[in-house]
Design a protein around this ligand. Structure first.
Ligand code: SF4
Length: 455
């Protein structure tokens, strides 16, 4: 295998030298993003005859949800958070606005580690309530609202920084989890950093406010390249995709990361992708509707909520009643709770059986490939749906889904086994712990099997 590191190092140094090119690319992405977000929301709703290539609304819908979202996630697994540092329009706008801001400093409340998890869960639920994947004004409300919030945060707190991206962005927690799998990252040699105290280069502006000298791994780094070569100690290098997860310890891991993975990325997201095809959702709704009819609750069956609260497009026969809204929140909440709690209990049991009860959070991280694959499968279901509307059959899709799911399960189990091998000396303890990990992967795999094949 050729040594890629000299080439990667040149690439990282090139990113630092050509920061102006990266900024120009960011402005171009911002412009593209603004047009695709704002213009379709002002156009009439597409008719049933409209096609992707002759209707800007459908094209924007396909580009946002069919291409942008699933492939940004894939890019994080392949290249780390390069998207955040080089292409994300929201982060670039927030940083640009912050240069003209008040620079008040980052309050303690903003630095609370639970914000990315909470923001991810709230935007996921809200997105389902207003059908963000299907309607341009819903997309403008959620994505545009997030961009406005990012600019306001930029204007308030630290000058020239990305406080929004570091502490508040609804997807930053998900990206941080997936970036652990990236086979490249900016590695810092702390010893070399200390030995070269007089840099010939000015200190770089690390927009997500990281302590570059102590940077470990790709989790928080936005891979912007601004620090490449600093003190001859920072280099873009290749690494094993398993390394960062296997090196994580209970002390270096925030409890929120495991919560976000088990309850949010796996449990909640599965509910969000699944409720439209779930017979359990229909049963829940029918039972509640019958109860409401018998208890003077007909108001809950009306679909008179505004579009920004619940989907409301009567001209397309697509409106949610209050009962629909309640059932969506209940289904997503139950999915997050049941799946997340089951996985958490299995991880705790695995850690206990392995002899180190505190190791359950690092063990939970071994499910990251399965969590990432689930998000990709769920999001790419929109891609497939939109392409099938265009007449493409895509008969290979079920086989590709099964292969991706099987590969993700195998990868998660491999990570679990390697972790147990490294931390548990006795095979008689390792095997029962591994059985818990097999059960956990099986449970997640079963959830996806139900959605794509079982129902
Ligand atoms: S440590 Fe900061 S400056 Fe360096 S690449 Fe990462 S985000 Fe950029």
């Amino acid at each position: 295998m050729p040594d890629l590191n000299p080439w990667l190092q040149r690439l990282g140094d090139g990113m630092r030298r050509h920061g102006s090119v990266i900024r120009a690319v960011q402005w171009a992405v911002m412009l593209f993003y603004a047009v695709l977000l704002v213009v379709p929301a002002m156009l009439p709703l597409p008719t049933s005859q409209a096609r992707l290539l002759d209707n800007l609304t459908l094209l924007a819908q396909f580009l946002f949800w069919g291409i942008w979202w699933p492939f940004v996630l894939l890019s994080i697994v392949l290249f780390g958070r390069l998207w955040c540092g080089v292409l994300c329009p929201e982060g670039a706008l927030s940083e640009w606005a912050s240069q003209y801001g008040k620079g008040l400093g980052v309050p303690r409340g903003v630095r609370w580690a639970g914000w990315p998890t909470l923001a991810f869960c709230l935007t996921t639920v809200y997105g389902q309530l207003i059908s963000v994947y299907d309607y341009a004004q819903a997309a403008l409300l959620i994505l545009g609202g997030s961009t406005v919030a990012a600019v306001i945060v930029g204007l308030l707190f630290a000058r020239g920084k990305r406080v929004w991206c570091r502490y508040l962005c609804p997807v930053s927690g998900v990206f941080a989890l997936l970036a652990r799998l990236a086979p490249v990252h900016f590695q810092v040699d702390e010893q070399r950093w200390l030995e070269n105290p007089a840099p010939r280069r000015p200190p770089p502006n690390c927009a997500p406010l990281l302590d570059i000298r102590r940077l470990r791994g790709a989790t928080d780094c936005h891979a912007c390249g601004r620090c490449s070569g600093q003190r001859d100690a920072v280099r873009l290098i290749a690494r094993s995709s398993n390394a960062e997860i296997l090196q994580t310890t209970a002390n270096t891991l925030s409890p929120w990361e495991a919560r976000l993975l088990l309850f949010g990325v796996i449990g909640l997201a599965m509910g969000a992708f699944q409720w439209t095809v779930s017979p359990w959702f229909i049963d829940l709704k029918q039972s509640l509707a019958q109860w409401l009819v018998g208890h003077d609750g007909l108001w809950a069956l009306l679909d008179n909520a505004p579009w920004w609260l619940l989907t409301h497009y009567p001209q397309l026969n697509d409106s949610f009643s209050w009962l629909d809204g309640f059932c969506i929140v209940a289904y997503l909440g139950l999915s997050a709770l049941v799946m997340g709690t089951s996985l958490l209990l299995l991880m705790r049991l695995a850690a206990w059986l392995s002899g180190d009860a505190t190791d359950y959070r690092p063990l939970a991280l071994t499910l990251t490939p399965l969590g990432g694959a689930g998000l990709f499968l769920g999001l790419s279901a929109t891609t497939v749906k939109l392409l099938r509307y265009e007449g493409l059959l895509l008969e290979w899709v079920p086989a590709a889904r099964a292969a991706l799911l099987a590969a993700a399960i195998a990868w998660s189990l491999w990570l679990g086994w390697k972790r147990l091998q490294a931390t548990v000396a006795s095979p008689s303890r390792r095997l029962p712990a591994m059985a818990c990990l097999v059960l956990a992967s099986g449970l997640v795999g079963y959830g996806w099997w139900l959605q794509f094949w079982g129902w």
